[in-house]
Ligand binder design. Structure first.
Ligand code: ADE
Length: 231
């Protein structure tokens, strides 16, 4: 998968060299490129923002640098690229969306700052490829960079070959719409706390039933909004 990031803060993405995503980059499974949007500015001051039409606080990112930068990244692959615009005014990101986006061959993260990017950038590119505004949650970050990092990790780890043991991807929170069950390792006693007996029993049926019950209990307590009739 090719992943492009457009940002005025390329240094935010230096950490993509570490951990599983870093290894996947080394092995060529994830081909990640970070581009400084200011390289596409049209003036010597490398200006990327201006005051909003209609008034109001803050600055809006100018369309021209975004247009030229995304044109350059799309090249001929326009139809199968997905432009992701991190914004608190987008669709809520979740595991279903991460899995769906992990099937794409080319993702372009357009990380806006200030009061966002001139709307015509999304409107224009929506005529040439898929453009998806995506929110990480109901809170406001200073820009799209941290949200893009989170999405790159969530999507990237679902690309085949990135996570060594694919089974570890199936038994985790949100994969079956429930939160994950609690996990324990050795020692069996620590401080005054014991590992639940059932996990030491060797009875796989009982362990599976206990884990399922724990998943339901945790989800009921922490995320009742996730429970459906099927559960
Ligand atoms: N940019 C600013 N806030 C954001 C959020 N909550 N999600 C995604 N991008 C953002």
């Amino acid at each position: 998968m090719r992943i492009d990031v457009l940002t005025i803060f390329p240094e935010f993405f230096d950490v993509l060299d570490v951990s599983l995503v870093g290894k996947a980059r080394e092995r060529g499974i994830l081909n990640v490129h970070v581009t400084n949007l200011r390289d596409y500015a049209h003036d010597v001051h490398r200006t990327v923002d201006d005051t909003p039409y209609g008034g109001g606080a803050g600055m809006v990112m100018k369309p021209e640098p975004w247009g030229d930068a995304i044109d350059a990244l799309l090249g001929d692959s326009a139809s199968d690229a997905v432009v992701i615009v991190p914004t608190p005014a987008g669709h809520l990101f979740n595991q279903v969306m991460a899995r769906e986006l992990s099937q794409a061959s080319h993702l372009i993260f357009a990380c806006g700052r200030y009061e966002g990017i001139d709307q015509r950038v999304s409107d224009h590119f929506a005529t040439r490829c898929r453009v998806v505004p995506v929110s990480l949650g109901d809170y406001v970050l200073n820009g799209g960079e941290v949200a893009a990092m989170a999405m790159i990790e969530a999507i990237g780890r679902l690309v085949p070959g990135v996570v060594g043991n694919p089974e570890s991807l199936t038994e985790e929170s949100h994969e079956d719409g429930l939160l994950e069950y609690p996990s324990y390792t050795k020692p069996a006693q620590w401080r005054d706390l014991d590992v639940p007996d059932v996990l030491l029993s060797g009875n796989h049926g009982a362990i599976a039933a206990w884990r399922r019950e724990q998943q339901l209990e945790r989800t009921r307590e922490m995320r009742p909004d996730l429970l459906t009739e099927e559960h």
